[in-house]
Ligand binder design. Structure first.
Ligand code: FE2
Length: 142
């Protein structure tokens, strides 16, 4: 490694340390492994807690249907603490990303809703990211 590369690395490191010093920037590592229940028909408590529940609600006068996503099923709601929370929820219509919410630890819990046009849509898929337990997905037919 030559002197120029060493200086570049030192500069990047100094920049990273500056970013880490800024309390408003979340630098914590998050688990981004794609997860799935062992048996989707008989989910365990930890699986129920992370699996998005997609609820299709009413269509409005402009043709947008309200789609709610709760993280947790069977009466189990995923916690939201400074150490453990759902940090994002995405909604896909026929594999196209149509909505994304970024959630803040403790102050927000794993819930999002989007108004989307579903006229030609066949499936909805929700993805939720738990900072500790990875990314969980649910799919429903429309
Ligand atoms: Fe979790």
């Amino acid at each position: 490694m030559n002197r120029r590369n060493v200086l570049k690395i030192a500069g990047v490191t100094a920049l990273a340390m500056t970013v880490n010093a800024n309390a408003s920037v979340d630098t914590s590592a998050k688990n981004r492994i794609e997860m799935s229940p062992k048996d989707p028909k008989k989910m365990e408590k930890g699986e129920l807690k992370h699996t998005p529940l997609i609820t299709i609600k009413d269509k409005d006068a402009k043709g947008y249907t309200l789609v709610e996503i709760n993280i947790g099923q069977g009466g189990i709601i995923h916690p939201s603490t400074p150490e453990h929370w759902i940090d994002f929820i995405e909604l896909y219509a026929d594999d196209k990303l149509v909505g994304k919410s970024i959630l803040e630890a403790e102050i927000s819990r794993g819930y999002a809703c989007f108004s989307v046009k579903l006229d030609a849509v066949k499936t909805l898929k929700a993805k939720a990211g738990c900072n500790l337990h990875g990314i969980w997905t649910s799919t429903v037919s429309v």
